[in-house]
Design a protein around this ligand. Structure first.
Ligand code: CO8
Length: 177
């Protein structure tokens, strides 16, 4: 279902269909939304965001990062930003890149450690990030200072770093959501 939605997002973004196809598509989507409505559940029971075996934990909002290596110190994976993430002129939207970093670095920050949340994510856009290219995603745990965990991440196209990031993740105190 989530993969199908991702495909739809990409195809819809890249489409210039005639008005009758637009109307037909809108009606079909409204029917699908209505079919799912009776199955609305509380957050803890929803599938999306809880499937850690799926790229982006099954969130169609997050770019689909495929993980190849994962431990408490580093993550290595790859991602291809589909047409859905297009900002303009073949470049990925600047807001989509932190989504990928937060997903990967947030999970790494929380691997084998008490729960933490992102306090800041500083992203450097070094080059344009091309839509449709398979990119390497790297993240590593840099250091810990009290409740603060500092992580680094990079998005690499071939040998070129197209974006890198530093993230601060702060350990939650009891009662913090
Ligand atoms: C549940 C886990 C899911 C996985 C996480 C996935 C990643 C995410 O996307 S989380 C969603 C996005 N993030 C959020 O919504 C977080 C919202 N913010 C918060 O909840 C709080 O601000 C929180 C928890 C980060 C920190 O608040 P609080 O516990 O009051 O921290 P506080 O005591 O002020 O600061 C602790 C230390 O961090 C530092 N700090 C906190 N925020 C920042 C910041 N933005 N910049 C620099 N330093 C900061 C403080 O200066 C302090 O440093 P020191 O100990 O040296 O004096």
């Amino acid at each position: 279902m989530i993969e199908a939605l991702r495909l739809l997002q990409a195809r819809m973004t890249g489409a210039g269909p005639p008005p009758e196809t637009v109307t037909e598509t809108a009606e079909t989507l409204e029917k699908l939304a209505a079919a799912l409505e009776p199955f609305t559940v509380p957050e803890a029971a929803q599938i999306v965001g809880h499937r850690t075996d799926l790229p982006g934990r099954g969130q169609a909002m997050a770019p689909p990062v495929h993980i190849e290596e994962w431990d408490e110190e580093h993550v290595l994976g790859h991602v291809t930003f589909s047409r859905f993430y297009l900002g303009g002129n073949g470049a990925v939207h600047g807001g989509a890149i932190p989504l990928a970093f937060d997903e990967v670095m947030g999970r790494l920050a929380n691997t084998g450690r008490p729960r933490a949340r992102t306090a800041y994510l500083h992203v450097n856009y070094r080059k344009i990030t091309p839509v449709g290219s398979r990119l390497r995603v790297e993240a590593r745990f840099e250091r810990e200072e009290g409740r603060k965990r500092i992580l680094a991440g990079a998005l690499v196209d071939g040998e070129t770093v197209v974006a890198d990031a530093e993230g601060l993740f702060v350990t939650l105190k009891p009662g913090q959501p």
